[in-house]
Design a protein around this ligand. Sequence first.
Ligand SMILES: O=P(O)(O)OC[C@H]1O[C@](O)(CO)[C@@H](O)[C@@H]1O
Length: 516
Amino acid sequence: MPVRCDETAAWARLQQLQATRRSFDLRQAFAGDADRAAALSQEAPYVFADLSKNLIDAEVEQALLQLAADCGLEAKRAALFSGEPINSTEGRAVMHWLLRTPADATGLAPAAAAELPAVHETLDAMLAYAEKVRADHTITDVVNIGIGGSDLGPQMAVLALAEQVAPGKHFHFVSNVDGHELAGVLKGLAPEHTLFLIASKTFTTAETMANAQSAKRWYEQSGGTDIASHFAALTTNVEAARAFGIDTTFGFWDWVGGRYSMWSAIGLPVALAIGADGFRRLLAGAHAMDEHFRTAPLVQNLPVRLGLLDVWYRNFLGFTSRCIAPYHSALRRVPAYLQQLEMESNGKQVDLDGRPLAVGTSPVLWGEPGTNGQHAYFQMLHQGTDVVPLEFVAVRQPAHSLEGHHAKLLANALAQAQALMVGKADAGGHRNFPGNRPSSFFVLDELTPESLGAFIAMYEHRVFVSGAIWGINSFDQWGVELGKVLAKDLEPRLASGDVQGLDASTAQLLGRLKQG
Ligand SMILES: O=P(O)(O)OC[C@H]1O[C@](O)(CO)[C@@H](O)[C@@H]1O
């Protein structure tokens, strides 16, 4: 039976520490420890993290590392990198990291080594296709149709790396079954200049299938005659894609979770946007972070330190949400991407054996780019009654040459982190800032494919770490199923008006929304 984190000696120790840390004050902690900033910071590939403005100290970190030991984190990490079927409810290995492993890597576990040639064969084919389409100037618009992991990752990355996108191609992402979205995109397109990518791991997702059918109908009705050249599928279900009428397919494997799939064929929009070299650089950055996570001692391992901090905040300090503020507008879809990554992975209520947990799991993740958030919800972060740990992401070098802007942006990020911590007590009443509010601060030197890859991989592993401590399966998502089944039942009722067997509220709403 797996170890329950809350039954370990380290958990009890952390509870004791939490009781003695009720009055912990960041300002005093800095005043009392000249080494605090350095000791609670971490260099990792392409990412520097200053964790020193968090409500922790060396003793708490030490106890958290003991918790990692008691919960078998290293063995779990080894199981991840050995290709063991750690996604136990689906009987699957979890090897998205293999998608960014170089072709000549040595020392891989047999399960991983066996898959590596196929990974690179598919990658090479996909990148060759990407280069062919990039060189084809008749294709001016690429429409990615997919949802969840088949949308958020590529969309986030194409936006983040927009500076490197070759001119002449426009990228559109259609995810919602809401026809307004697809109709809005199609309005400006011509079939002969458009490439549709149907991105779906399962090739069964209702929204994606509906959008794909409508896109195909639109293509044919607008005079398009060459589906083979204007549609490609990115999927593990190549047969279903063929049955749909798509010949050009790029596959991947069931050991790649949807929310971990931007490194696979699902990343084709990114490769189309930044080219084969750019995509390989993205993979290289992520691989560098994989190696850091796999090999660095836990005490100097950034994803480990972050995952343990998440456990401390969630389970000992009782913080139920975390805010992410990228101070870079190109990172504006990062919060949405991370929401799926963390909340779909760790929003679980039972352990690996299906037994109810006695501890809280995934916090709510939310956020907007700075400085916009400052003029919206930062009020609550500074003076609200709840403490919400905040994560700043800043990029040292801008990709534009507009004078003065970047210094203003960075000054704001620094100022907000500083203000949250130091507060302002002398004004009293409405003008009082309590301070002592925690934040982490990530610095990327430049926003490049490498640094983006490393940053995202850091988050993936961080989510793995907290999930491993909680003893949950971070790689299934049964919680999305019930709504899908009920929607199937309700769809025909919206036409017929049949409310038999429905609860009174759903019946009333269905009556109001009835179609026709
Ligand atoms: O790629 P697919 O199979 O269309 O799934 C899309 C998304 O739907 C989910 O399965 C949730 O419904 C996500 O996990 C996944 O990323």
